[in-house]
Design a protein around this ligand. Structure first.
Ligand SMILES: CC(=O)SCCNC(=O)CCNC(=O)[C@H](O)C(C)(C)COP(=O)(O)OP(=O)(O)OC[C@H]1O[C@@H](n2cnc3c(N)ncnc32)[C@H](O)[C@@H]1OP(=O)(O)O
Ligand SMILES: CC(C)C(=O)C(=O)O
Ligand SMILES: [Mg+2]
Length: 609
């Protein structure tokens, strides 16, 4: 037996946690979200700079239009000094008047004098634009990249801001100019030093009502738990100068996979604005996902002020523009996030939909008007433009609830409970045999083959042995049960000529909104019939409820081998055919189909076994 730990020689010992800010009187854990923060999309800058193939003008323009249509009003459109294409895109937006009046664009620039003037020039003619200035402030960057002391690093920010504001004054004339500053790697910076640098920048800008300063605090590389980031933000919230006129913004990255939590906690701690990318695009493990943040608020009953009611379309545009795929399990947006494969999940979802239909019918309202309470589905897929068809997929892990859901939602067939149990075993056998999941059509065929097939022609009645339909369900869409009620009451008389006596008959409503493909007022009958000591289910459909009931009984009788069929149009010929080395007789004339005959679909004949 191994006595040393598996990790004894592993490299984790080379890592040290970063220092954390002590904030024992933190208040953010008790806060609750009340409204959406301001959003800034940096898809066209932070997202774009992380693409193997940065977007060309056409793709950038398409993504910009998408962001505007979704409701984003602050959009970082690029890094104009990075490349000719970046500059051309900013100019195109301005010169072709592509920016709606209520949208503010911003551009990013490092605190490097030779880049500042060109960056400001890129915005000439813009109606409303923000320049976002940044320099790293954390110890590693100061020593490894800049080779600077703290005062030198602060001077870098102050000089950058001084020149930037000078150029803006000289070049931007009527522009409604905005200013944003980020101490890059804020989360790794000594908090009091970050504050000192921000205060110096703020002193230059002199925020006041109508002259906001955006101070943006990036977790450039996520290195702490989200609670530590929230403490840092709460501390800033308490200590920032010009607090009333400063917008406290955050910019979380997702290196530890907790950017969403970091952003949400930061908002509780006082952050008013969040920068991120759709579907978490961006450097390394990405920026915080703006879609997840917005929909998390939505599912708390808070208006996110951005519109994801056609999320698949949003996903498609983003995928086409960035060349990156949104993973199948991405919150809210992944192809599989509303799909349950496992039996107990499906059962709960099925019951949730049934309950919703009942409540809506009782309240006389559309199901969509009720509060959303379907187990395992944190949001109504229809709110995102997705359908209910995909919420259940059937494989060998599935159970009766999921199969009942498919039969109901796709085929408008509400199976009685004991039939669900029996049919689930049938479907599981098929799924195991196929080794893959089954689509709704395969499941319907399985049902029809098992419970609805009767040979062509006339059965001999009375049956031998006589059937006793212990239970008969007549199911119709919506208001149909009113019509079916009297039929169910008189069903024994209706079936008496065939020697069939019904013990119990029920008129049942198919699910509200059940999607019967032809939309016809069809009745489905499910008959549980006892022949000798065994019970068999059969099902039948017809516009006429009595005929549907009769077909259901016939199907059960056929399964039980309790009746014989006279061919409707007998052809008198007999063929000898060889199957697997044995000569068998194929009869195309049959007056009976006793046990031992296999009825082959598509032929009016039986194969003698
Ligand atoms: C966290 C973020 O996402 S920040 C945004 C990053 N985005 C990008 O880098 C995309 C666009 N990049 C670029 O266009 C280019 O890298 C540029 C224009 C920024 C600079 O290009 P270059 O001068 O050719 O080279 P490079 O990027 O290698 O140089 C970095 C230099 O800037 C300095 N620097 C880096 N960040 C900053 C900053 N915020 N403020 C001031 N100086 C900085 C570095 O110390 C280094 O200085 P050195 O030349 O004295 O060693
Ligand atoms: C430039 C800044 C805001 C940035 O993208 C980061 O620090 O991640
Ligand atoms: Mg970033």
């Amino acid at each position: 037996m191994r006595t040393t730990p598996l990790t004894a020689s592993a490299g984790h010992q080379r890592y040290r946690p970063l220092p954390v800010l002590e904030l024992p009187d933190r208040a953010w854990p008790g806060a609750r979200p009340e409204h959406a923060p301001r959003w800034l999309s940096t898809d066209l800058r932070d997202g774009n700079q992380a693409l193997a193939r940065p977007m060309d003008l056409r793709r950038k323009a398409r993504l910009f239009d998408l962001l505007v249509s979704l409701g984003y009003r602050e959009i970082e459109v690029g890094f104009p000094t990075a490349s000719e294409e970046e500059l051309a895109f900013v100019r195109m937006l301005i010169e072709r008047d592509r920016i709606p009046d209520d949208v503010r664009i911003s551009v990013l620039v490092p605190a490097r004098d030779e880049l500042l003037r060109r960056t400001v020039e890129a915005l000439r003619g813009a109606r409303a634009a923000t320049v976002h200035l940044y320099n790293a402030t954390c110890p590693t960057f100061r020593s490894v990249v800049f080779g600077m002391s703290r005062p030198e690093c602060k001077a870098l920010a102050v000089n950058g801001a001084t020149h930037l504001l000078k150029y803006a004054g000289e070049l931007l004339g009527d522009c409604d100019f905005g200013f944003e500053y980020s101490p890059e790697l804020f989360n790794e910076t000594e908090p009091e030093f970050a504050l000192e640098v921000c205060a110096a920048v703020a002193d230059l800008w002199q925020p006041e009502p109508g002259r906001e300063l955006i101070l943006n605090f990036p977790a450039t590389v996520e290195r702490h738990g989200p609670n530590v980031f929230a403490d840092q933000v709460e501390w800033l919230h308490r200590n920032l100068p010009y607090r009333e006129d400063v917008c406290l913004s955050v910019h979380p990255h997702n290196d530890r996979g907790t950017a969403v939590a970091a952003a949400e906690f930061a908002a509780l701690a006082g952050a008013q604005r969040i920068e991120g990318c759709l579907f978490g695009g961006g450097e390394r493990a990405g920026n915080v996902c703006l879609v997840t943040l917005a929909l998390n608020l939505y599912t708390q009953g808070i208006d996110p002020r951005v519109d994801f009611s056609d999320l698949d379309q949003v996903k498609q545009v983003v995928e086409e523009c960035t060349g990156q795929r949104v993973p199948e399990r991405h919150p809210y947006a992944g192809d599989l996030v509303f799909t349950a494969f496992s039996g107990s999940h499906q059962d709960a979802i099925n019951k949730g939909f049934d309950r919703r239909a009942e409540q809506a019918e009782r309240a006389g309202v559309a199901p969509g008007a009720l509060p959303w309470q379907v187990p395992y589905l944190p949001i109504d897929p229809e709110d995102l433009g997705r359908g209910y068809e995909e919420v259940v997929r059937i494989n060998s892990q599935s159970g009766k609830g999921g199969i009942a859901y498919i039969m109901s939602a796709w085929h408008g067939l509400r199976l009685p409970r004991t039939l669900q149990v029996e049919f689930a075993a049938e479907v599981q056998r098929l799924a195991e045999h196929n080794g893959s999941d089954l689509d709704p059509e395969q499941i319907r065929h399985c049902f029809e083959d098992t419970y609805m097939s009767v040979p062509e022609g006339e059965p001999d009645v009375p049956f031998a042995p006589p059937p006793i339909p212990t239970t008969l369900y007549l199911c119709g869409l919506g208001a149909e049960p009113e019509r079916l009620g009297p039929v169910a009451a008189g069903i024994t008389e209706a079936l008496a000529p065939w020697g069939v006596q019904v013990e119990q008959a029920h008129a049942v409503a198919d699910p509200v909104g059940g999607a019967r493909p032809d939309g016809a007022a069809t009745t489905t009958a499910y008959a549980l019939c006892r022949f000798d000591a065994r019970e068999y289910w059969g099902a039948g459909t017809d516009a006429d409820p009595q005929t549907a009931a009769w077909r259901a009984v016939l199907a059960a009788a056929h399964r039980a081998g309790a009746c014989t069929w006279t061919c409707a149009d007998p052809i008198e010929s007999v063929l000898d055919i060889e199957i697997e080395g044995t000569v068998r007789t194929l009869s195309t004339t049959h007056a009976a189909e006793p046990a031992g005959f296999v009825y082959t679909e598509g032929y009016d004949h039986a194969l003698r076994a």
